[in-house]
Write a new protein. Structure first.
Length: 222
């Protein structure tokens, strides 16, 4: 004879299922404008008045992130391995704040602090073959070293600026991955590769809303 689940068992099962779901989905809280003087005023003025505080698998917030209020767009080009062809290389996308030491997509240690986020493409050469499934990244640059939101940098200049984020001979990247078209509100979730991904949208100066997804915690598969 089949046993009928008791109400207490059902409640316990639902509670356990809720905990399992929570373990895979972090929390996104809205915060006000970035006002910290550690970030140059020109950069702060370029940001949206609303930011996001991300809590992942720990009790303390992992980072705060502000997106640029109007991101300059370029004419879309079909380039192999590029997910965000609307973005020009070195364009400022936003600012991230790590309240505690963190790590980039390579696993390099990143000290606590504020960093600008500038778009870059991983070189399409043998040295980077297989390093990531797509070429789109946001590079971390110490905010104190990046005062002009409209500045553009040559590839090597951008690499050198980002290297100072980790005091190594390699830039500090966060991986941009394809956005989930079903996500309509800012959210953070964990994928099967243990990557915590923040999903939101940025407004382009063309008026278009561009959904994006950024790995804020997690490293490249070795």
């Amino acid at each position: 004879m089949r046993k009928i689940a008791t109400p207490s068992f059902t409640v316990a099962f639902i509670f356990a299922l809720s905990l399992a779901c929570a373990a895979q989905n972090g929390k996104v809280d809205t915060v006000g404008p970035l006002t910290d003087n550690a970030v140059p005023e020109g950069i702060r003025q370029a940001l949206d008045s609303k930011g996001y505080r991300l809590t992942l698998d720990g009790g303390a917030p992992a980072c705060e992130l502000w997106v640029r209020k109007s991101v300059p767009a370029q004419t879309k080009k079909d380039v192999e391995g590029v997910t965000y062809p609307q973005l020009a290389e070195s364009v400022l996308v936003g600012v991230v704040h790590f309240p505690q030491a963190a790590a980039d997509f390579r696993g390099q240690k990143v000290p606590a602090g504020f960093y600008t986020l500038r778009y870059a493409l991983m070189p399409n050469d043998g040295n980077h073959l297989g390093a990531a499934p797509n070429r789109d990244f946001l590079l971390l640059i110490p905010a104190a070293s990046d005062a002009n939101p409209n500045a553009t940098f040559k590839f090597q200049e951008l690499m050198v600026l980002s290297e100072s984020a980790t005091a190594t001979k390699h830039p500090a990247p966060l991986s941009l991955v394809p956005a989930d078209s079903g996500v309509t509100a800012p959210s953070v979730s964990k994928d099967e590769q243990d990557h915590w991904i923040f999903s939101a949208s940025m407004k382009l100066n063309s008026g278009e809303e561009l959904p994006f997804a950024l790995v804020v915690k997690g490293t490249a598969q070795q």
